[in-house]
Design a protein around this ligand. Structure first.
Ligand code: PEP
Ligand code: MN
Length: 335
């Protein structure tokens, strides 16, 4: 349920908030230029809408039928802008996250970091803990990989984005700017709850077969524990199509931006699995309203330890950034 407060009466809110809390409900406040909105969280079935509507300070009251509340744009009409690594994400700011699927060695990660930085990337990606389908495939460098990411951050000035698989590793992530929750962990509710206790920005990927509502409920898990810094990432979903690794759900971008106030970015690399599709899918995602892109870039894709087939080279990334910059003014975005 949301209660819209008359602008001239917002100083008289205290009594109402106290009353709501006494009913065993939590509140979520959103103070915009035109309206103050009090969101009620919990079982509101016993709240008498007519009683609240009749209060002098209340403009209107609405029940929210969606199961996600804090994530819901009805609770928070303005775009959420997230600060990470000294940069803003969302609210019209477009960001580029680029780097290899996995951190492989110092030369590789530092070299790619410097190259993508020169092309205009804002963050370096690179997996240290890798969720691989096969237990025999390269599992990532683990803690050593995080150390190398920190070196690359120091040398390039880029913020770093890397995936967490186990909450016991959280201490290793203290210098990480954005913690990625991978597609396979979208519904690891214990992990989401723990990350909700942290203040670090969370990049929440859509699950392989996650519906939009399930994805938003996962974001709600993080936000319900107090961490409001959630960035959603559409990375393709599993369909019957096998020519691509996944199917990029472009329609999810404008739809999710309508349903929530959170930034939404797109991963064209995992969505297609094919390096030659990264450019057209990046352009399409930007045109559809994405707030940024996370792209796999490798200096030597045929020899990459993970996801070489979908990785583009630094020169291709450079060319892609230039093209995207041409589109941004058309979709009212800026870097
Ligand atoms: C990744 O970003 O390398 C990754 C494993 O992504 P996803 O969780 O989307 O498959
Ligand atoms: Mn990958």
């Amino acid at each position: 349920m949301i209660i819209v407060i008359k602008n001239e009466k917002k100083n008289e809110l205290e009594k109402l908030i106290k009353w709501i809390k006494n009913q065993g409900l939590d509140i979520h406040m959103s103070e915009g230029a035109n309206a103050t909105i009090v969101g009620l969280i919990g079982d509101t079935s016993k709240i008498d809408i007519d009683l609240i509507s009749s209060l002098d300070i209340v403009e209107s009251v609405k029940r929210i039928s969606e199961p996600y509340k804090k994530v819901n744009r009805k609770f928070h009409p303005a775009d959420t802008v997230i600060s990470a690594g000294g940069r803003e994400i969302g609210g019209g700011r477009f960001c580029f996250i680029a780097g290899p699927c996995s951190v492989e060695n110092e030369e590789q990660i530092v070299g790619i970091a410097l190259a993508v930085k020169k092309s205009g990337a804002h963050f370096l990606r690179g997996g240290a803990f890798k969720p691989r389908t096969s237990p025999y495939a390269f599992q990532g460098m683990g803690a050593d990989g995080i150390e190398l990411l920190k070196k690359a951050k120091k040398k390039s000035g880029l913020g770093i984005v890397t995936e967490i698989m186990n909450i016991n590793h959280l201490d290793l992530f203290s210098d990480v700017d954005i913690i990625q929750v991978g597609a396979r962990n979208m519904q690891n509710f214990d992990l989401l709850k723990e990350l909700g206790q942290s203040k670090k920005p969370i990049l929440l990927k859509r699950g392989l077969s996650g519906t939009i509502e399930e994805w938003l409920m996962s974001a709600e898990y993080v936000m319900s524990k107090g961490n409001e810094n959630v960035i959603l990432c559409e990375r393709g979903i599993r369909t019957f199509e096998h020519y691509t690794r996944n199917t990029l759900d472009l329609s999810a971008i404008p739809l999710v931006k309508e349903l929530t106030h959170l930034p939404v970015i797109v991963d064209p690399s995992h969505a297609s699995g094919l390096s030659r599709l990264v450019r057209p899918m990046s352009l399409a995602a930007t045109a559809a309203g994405s707030d940024g892109l996370i792209i796999e870039v490798h200096n030597d894709p045929p020899r990459a330890l993970c996801d070489g087939a979908q990785s583009i080279r630094p020169e291709q990334f450079d060319e892609l950034v230039k093209k995207i910059k041409d589109i941004l003014p058309i979709v009212d975005k800026r870097l």
